[in-house]
Design a protein around this ligand. Sequence first.
Ligand code: GLA
Ligand code: ZN
Length: 656
Amino acid sequence: MKIGVDYYPEQWDKSLWLKDAELMAKTGVKAVRLAEFSWSKLEPKEGHYNFKWLDEIIEIFKRYSIGIILCIPTNCPPLWLYQKHPEIIQVGRDGKRIQTGIRGHRCINSSVFLKYARNITSQLLIRYGKEPAVIAWQIDNELEAYQCCCNECKEKFRLWLTDRFDNINNINFVFGNEVWSNEYSDVSQIEPPTAYPREWQNPALCLEWYRFTCNSVNEYIKDILFEIRKENPKIPVTTNTWFCENTPDFYKLFDKLDFVSYDNYPPINIPKDPESLYSHAFHLDFMRGIKEQNFWVMEQLSGITGSWSPMSTAPKPNMIMGYSLQAMAHGADTVIHFRWRTAVKGAEMFWHGLIDHSNVPGRRFFEFSELCKVVSRLDVIDTTRIVSDIAILYSADNDYALRNQPQTAGYNYFDIIKTFHKAFMRYGANVDIISPESDLSGYKLVIAPSMFVYKKEAVENIYRYVINGGTVVLTHRSGVKDGNNNCIMDKLPTVYKELIGAEIVEYDPIGYSENKIKDFAGNEYVCRQWCDIIQPTTARTYAEYADSFYSGTSAVTLNRYCSGVAYYVGTLCNSDFYESFASNLMKQTGIPRLKGLPVGVEVTTRTNGRDEYIFFFNNSEREVAIPLPKSMYSILSSVGKNKLELKPFEMEIVRK
Ligand code: GLA
Ligand code: ZN
């Protein structure tokens, strides 16, 4: 396990470099990320390179045995390049070129931009490709599914469509362009979905455009990766990702890359709403699930956030340490803190690093230094991974399509996934968030929320899993759309009818209104947003509606199918229902439950196949006490413990 920092030598006077590196080494920093925004320093004029400063700083870090993550700085092309080739600047939905002067303005589909991007990559690789101090490369910074509408993007979109659907007639058919006379008579009439109002766009066109933008970023990665691999075929390569507005298809984004890295900014103000308490754990589990392997944090919260928003409150004691260890508890192996020192210039001067503007180490830095010491004792965790009994399926198509057409007021795909995730976290279970096309055979329980857009491989995978004895939970808004985001003319949930042994006879999108359900044991729960009125064929009723004109009809069902079981949840409830449901599901599938965990406490387990290490993280502002079933050895304090007492944001790790 490693702790590192993000460092910007180009932003600091050279006289600080050596002192900074010395302090890093003394503190226990093992890795440093460099240069993701420094193209103008590396190529101040076209074809004129300046690597001297980078040589020097690399030499300094080498002296202190600090590993380097070197970045391909294509997020910020130098201004000379924009001036010479304004056609590489993105064009917004309004058809106008965006203004430069901040960052990330380039169009990754621009062939001119790509030529320069490949060149700077190749120059860097020729110089540092075989440098042993470089432990990994990062491509660009926080790549998104950019919504650029420049001519080159439009041209490529038209090619993408003809490539997928062959000819204009097929495209018209797939998009249903007879609606509102939108039939294309020529490919040149195809435009990205930019007309207003946005909500009136054609959903089939929107989904294709989204897929195209995801593909563009993947193609970009492939091109840059090619330049990297040419010089060094073995070096690990990543890109740092996050949950942004233009979310890429994470599974595809990382497909060719060696590992996932994530920019991790957990909330400094603990949400009052208990529904979002485990949201952060969810994000980390999500990152682990992208490649179904451990990941890195490339940027980790280090101080007060702010700059483009008013400043947040200060991180509370234990947060700097606790949140880093929390990332490790969910599968991070290396955690790089953003950033070493707070910038004194530029737009981000109030997004705080570990050290304040004064350059005098303070409370947060001392906690970070303690973290480095703690992590240096975690060698036993190095070879461990997270093995889960439970998987929740996420798909980029479903995510996009449901964001594009929220099904009812307040309907949010991520919230639905999180509700399930949280319910299992309350019982201390490991949970994987994975693609619907992943191998499901190792799981005891699979949750497949809102399988909205059809994908043959996913449907077959779910059926296969249940046929072979698995237990699956499907929900409302499954089987609604075909693969082109058009509605299927069949009774819901169409392709899943047989599996769940039931049909939806009618639905009631109740939005923020409330209804009630009653489960088989007579417990009542509030339900909201969506009510599928279910008519079982072979299924049994797990819960029925207790209000409205469909009172007494099925709301949640279960069906034995071949050797497995398929549940269907036709509505959305508050967490009390999901906790009870999760508990029953875990009992039925033989997944161990830790009962009575205090709210906010996260329990995850990492294993090397022989030893298991259980992480207890108190993600709350209260002190908590957790009795252990037997005495367990704490690898943080090297003693056996029968009971854990955790301060707010404190972590304990015990060997089982
Ligand atoms: C992102 C970026 C960083 C920086 C931080 C903090 O994660 O990758 O460059 O802007 O946010 O704001
Ligand atoms: Zn473009």
